[in-house]
Design a protein around this ligand. Structure first.
Ligand code: ZN
Length: 76
């Protein structure tokens, strides 16, 4: 049976609606919760993210996930 851990990260005054990008280290999928009610699983259902930018909740083992640095991706 898979046991899941939940982690809550207070985003403070960050009012953006989209949450951080999280990469699954098992399937390589990158998931992002775009709003408070947007719950996303990765392709292999190892990790999930919820809560958008208001609060970020991740499900799954911390060792199976990696936060993706948005600043590196948003270079235009
Ligand atoms: Zn996965």
């Amino acid at each position: 049976m898979l046991s899941l851990t939940a982690e809550y990260l207070k985003m403070g005054s960050n009012k953006s609606t989209s949450g951080p990008k999280i990469k699954c280290l098992k399937c390589g999928d990158i998931i992002q919760s775009m709003s408070v009610h947007d719950f996303k699983w990765c392709k292999c259902h190892t990790i999930a993210v919820d809560g958008g930018g208001e609060y970020t909740r991740t499900l799954g083992y911390p060792t199976d996930m990696e936060f993706v640095d948005d600043k590196q991706e948003e270079k235009k």
